[in-house]
Ligand binder design. Structure first.
Ligand SMILES: [Zn+2]
Length: 59
């Protein structure tokens, strides 16, 4: 089984924002996918969280 290594782990693992339900939901999805060894589920959750944060938590 080949596990692709992300170039920048931080870029691929956005932190959920405090008190945000959507972030908490996506973080839980990611956690569950990770626990199940579902790598594509993990990156899918990361992509969705990054997209959500770009819209809802602009810096
Ligand atoms: Zn959020």
């Amino acid at each position: 089984m080949i596990i692709p290594q992300p170039r920048d782990p931080n870029e691929h693992r956005p932190e959920p924002a405090q008190g945000c339900v959507a972030c908490a939901y996506l973080a839980r999805l990611r956690e569950r996918a990770h626990a199940a060894g579902d790598g594509s589920g993990v990156s899918d959750a990361n992509v969705r969280m990054r997209r959500h944060q770009a819209q809802e938590h602009p810096t």
